[in-house]
Ligand binder design. Structure first.
Ligand SMILES: [Zn+2]
Length: 206
C-alpha cells in the first residue's frame, strides 16, 4: 500500500455530500436493510463524479494492494468506514472516506472496519515503516522493526484486504520478473505492486 495524497474534493461533492449523507442516514435509520445506490446529480451518479479524481490518487492503481491495471468497467469505490455501519452512515459520501479500489480488495474487506486500519493518505504514512516485502515469496508482513502498535496496524490491514493472499503473492512474483527485464523508472507506474519493485523510494531493487 503506497503512500498517497488525496486530490481535491470535486465541486459536486463539496456541494452535495452533506445532503447525500443525510439522505442515506435517514433512509437507513428508517430501514436498516435498505441497499446502497449512489445518488445522482446532473445525469451522473456520485460514483461517476468521484471516480476520475479518485483514480488519480494512486496513478490508476488500487489504493490498497497497488494492483494495475484494474478491470474495465465496474470499479468499486471503497468506503473506508463502511456505509452500512450505523456509526458511519454519515460518511457514505464523505470525500475523505472514499478510495479507488480493485474488486479483490473491496470484496475481501466487505463491511469490516477497525480503527487501527491503515489508510494510505493518513499523515506520515509510509509503507516501509509498516510493512516488510519478501522478494522471494512475493509476500508481505508487518515490519518486525516497527513498534508493536504499528505492527498490529499493519497486520490488521494485511488481513482485512488480504494483501498476503496466495494469488497476490503469485502476481507480485510475475511483476518482479517483468521488472527485472526493464528497470526503467520512467515505466514504473505501468507495473502492479510497485513497492515490491523499488524497495526504497527511487532506489531500484538489486
Ligand atoms: Zn486491491
Amino acid at each position: 500500500m503506497k503512500a498517497q495524497t488525496r486530490p481535491q474534493e470535486p465541486e459536486i461533492f463539496a456541494k452535495y455530500s452533506a445532503q447525500w449523507n443525510q439522505q442515506w442516514t435517514r433512509l437507513r435509520e428508517s430501514n436498516p436493510s435498505a441497499s446502497f445506490d449512489w445518488y445522482s446529480i446532473d445525469g451522473k451518479t456520485a460514483r461517476e463524479w468521484a471516480l476520475p479524481e479518485l483514480e488519480t490518487m494512486n496513478q490508476g492503481h488500487c489504493s490498497f494492494c497497488d494492483n494495475f491495471p484494474l478491470d474495465e468497467g465496474d470499479h468499486p469505490i471503497e468506503h473506508f468506514r463502511p456505509k452500512t455501519d450505523p456509526d458511519f452512515y454519515h460518511l457514505a459520501y464523505e470525500w475523505k472516506n472514499l478510495y479507488y479500489c480493485c474488486t479483490t480488495c473491496n470484496g475481501s474487506k466487505r463491511e469490516q472496519f477497525d480503527e487501527r486500519l491503515l489508510a494510505p493518505d493518513e499523515p506520515d504514512y509510509d509503507e516501509y515503516r509498516y510493512f516488510l516485502f519478501d522478494f522471494e515469496s512475493g509476500g508481505i508482513t508487518p515490519n518486525p522493526r516497527a513498534d508493536p502498535l504499528d505492527q498490529e496496524r499493519a497486520q490488521i490491514t494485511i488481513d482485512m484486504y488480504k494483501l498476503d493472499s496466495r494469488s497476490k503473492r503469485r502476481i507480485r512474483l510475475t511483476e518482479i520478473e517483468k521488472w527485472d527485464n526493464d528497470r526503467d523508472l520512467a515505466n514504473i507506474d505501468s507495473y502492479a505492486f510497485r513497492s515490491f519493485l523499488i524497495p526504497e523510494l527511487g532506489e531500484v531493487r538489486t
